[in-house]
Design a binder for this molecule. Sequence first.
Ligand code: COA
Length: 250
Amino acid sequence: MQEHILVERDGPLQIIRLNRPDKKNAITRAMYATMSAALAAGDADPAVRAHVFLGVPGAFSAGNDLADFMAMAVGGEGGEEVWGFLAAIAGAAKPMISGVDGIAVGIGTTLNLHCDLTFATPRTMFHTPFTDLGLVPEAGSSLLVPAILGRQQAFAMLALGEPFSAERAREAGLIYAVVGEEELEAEVLKAARLVASKPPEALKIARDLMLGDRAELLARIRTEAEHFRDRLRSDEARAALMAFMSRKKA
Ligand code: COA
């Protein structure tokens, strides 16, 4: 079976690649668990200086696997792997750099809010259609996006589900740079190697100072998660998830 998350080491870098192209890199519970374990292992290994997130051409991630959401909506399961991953990215000890090409929906967008540098290609669209799915913002995005964008742009992104192009995201300060599709991975790795070349102790203190006390962020992630779990069982969410599932069967 094809591995949906590929984890490899490249010198001081740990590269975590989402690799489920037939489903546009929709993330299953098993994929979350693999990524959380990789982050923990990389953080614990002094040889690793930075984590890199990459997707496949045209798809960083279509977000949480909607069949998994459906199972959670019907079966009432909590999806601990999801919340574990959100805590892992919010609490990661080492810098995270991401390269995004194409589809970036839901967690495919909000994951990048936790990265220190995000590169995206011109064809990338950042899209968080939470309310259209009867859901609410996650991954601390209800705290982080207003802080970056201001309240009205944040409302457009998180409440209206307005897609943001890579260029708009860069201008707004959501991402670091826009680079061509052909250059994306080379640019990401170049930046990650630069990060990895810095004195690690000083870099860690500098990063921790910029991130500040993460308790508030973790608390917000938990609050969002409580709403999210409730919303998954709502009629609004079930209807939206059914619509996506039946669209696929048609
Ligand atoms: N969960 C599960 N499967 C997904 C998925 C998701 N989030 N996103 C895409 N897929 C699957 C599709 O069901 C399809 O599978 P199939 O070939 O077995 O039918 C395959 O990936 C390709 O998707 P498709 O919709 O044909 O690709 P597209 O390029 O036309 O559209 C998207 C891509 C991302 C715009 C569209 O798939 C989409 O809207 N997905 C849902 C995104 C979403 O709402 N995520 C949750 C956010 S909280």
